[in-house]
Design a protein around this ligand. Structure first.
Ligand SMILES: [Mn+2]
Length: 389
């Protein structure tokens, strides 16, 4: 444990020792990764687990880092995450990312890395060509177990918990009580609290995105003093709301404040790839970006940005099926249709057959989670577009 009890200091030291070992070609280094969309829950849970493993007194402590699954210059797109890290006191570089972290593309080839997955449970080898013979050793998650891991992998999954960070925060508290007796560092506690509040939608009764474990961990984090000081002052902002509600409100506002982002940024902000096994034994790969604005606003924005052609992009109205999504735009690979635009550039970069953008509907909240199931439901329709146009 670093002497000043800051996760920031710990992260810098562990990055340096990890890179030293990696550059020597050391096998079996441990790496924590969150899911590829790189949202608040994924980023914070991966960092907190790296911290947890490094500070565990009961186990061996070889170099371990979290590698954020996005390029360094894309961190700034996640404005809720940026706000939380700034309020927690982390220092940023000139690309708008916290200095002590490792991002995708910043590590040398790693031999037989031992992986810990947070906020997802299936390792996507195609996204991590820098890992040679990786082994998934442990999973800490709140998604349905896809059962892709070997029997020796330790799997901790609670699908009813609202945030993966709730599970991780419990482990971090237990460890610190058991091991160094230091409190959980402020700059980590604040991040975990931010993630839990965002993922549980601050315990919105209508949305029911939480369970008893989330309900227990939040007061514990608040009692530890991890709510940023600004919101603890009763005279700051809307005093009819609790400090917790005021902070949550600002984090969510930051998440969806995408006015300043370019179209290309919007495509990258919340993007996940998947593939579907077809009856004829071929695989069709695609990716889905959730766009935090309505299709109308997106088209307006596209009109003002040169080089974006909305010709031959298929808009499918799906409001009836999901109240938070107003429409899909399906962008087909030019192998099939010859359309050119930003989405196709992404198809090329990621070797996809097609690309889908999902737009926000009239509902206040946006969509997370279930969109792959949605896509598979609609695949009969999309497939017609892909194969029979
Ligand atoms: Mn999550």
């Amino acid at each position: 444990m670093a002497s000043d009890n800051k996760a920031h200091t710990w992260a810098e030291a562990s990055k340096a020792s990890f890179l030293e070992a990696a550059n020597k070609g050391t096998e079996g280094l441990r790496v924590v990764i969150g899911n590829e969309a790189g949202d608040m829950d994924s980023i914070v849970s991966s960092i907190a687990v790296a911290y947890l493993f490094q500070t565990e007194c009961a186990k061996e402590s070889p170099p371990i880092v979290a590698i954020l699954p996005i390029p360094r210059d894309e961190f700034r797109l996640r404005q809720d995450v940026v706000l939380a890290f700034k309020q927690a006191g982390w220092e940023f570089d000139d690309q708008g990312a916290p200095i002590p972290f490792l991002f995708k593309g910043e590590v040398p080839e790693l031999k037989k890395p031992r992986l810990i997955l947070t906020d997802h449970n299936t390792f996507k080898a195609e996204l991590w060509e820098e890992f040679i013979e990786p082994v998934v050793e442990e999973v800490i998650d709140h998604h349905l177990d896809e059962k892709k891991n070997v029997v020796t992998c330790k799997v901790t999954i609670d699908v009813t918990v609202g945030s993966c960070c709730t599970l991780v925060a419990e482990l971090v508290y237990n460890n610190n009580e058991l091991c160094d007796k230091d409190p959980v560092p402020q700059d980590l506690g604040t991040l975990m609290l931010a993630a839990v509040l965002c993922d549980t939608r601050n315990f919105d009764e209508k949305q029911q995105r939480f369970n008893e474990r989330d309900k227990k961990i939040v007061p514990k984090l608040i009692e530890s003093g991890y709510l940023p000081e600004k919101y603890r002052d009763a005279n700051e902002g809307d005093i009819t709301k609790s400090p917790q509600a005021r902070w949550y409100g600002e984090l969510i506002k930051a998440r969806f404040d995408v006015e300043s982002l370019s179209l290309a940024d919007l495509l990258k902000l919340d993007n996940k790839a998947s593939s579907i096994h077809m009856i004829d034994e071929t695989w069709v790969s695609f990716s889905v970006s959730i766009i935090f604005m309505t299709l109308d606003d997106f088209i307006k924005k596209a009109g003002s940005e040169q080089g974006f052609l909305l010709t031959k992009i298929y808009s499918i109205n799906v409001t009836k099926v999901h109240k938070h999504i107003s429409s899909f735009l399906v962008v087909l690979h030019n192998k099939i249709t010859g359309v050119i635009d930003l989405g196709l550039k992404l198809c090329d970069e990621k070797k996809l057959d097609f690309f889908v953008m999902m737009f926000k509907g009239s509902g206040k909240d946006n969509v997370r989670g279930k969109f792959f199931q949605q896509i598979i439901h609609f695949f009969a329709f999309i497939k017609d577009l892909v194969f029979y146009q």
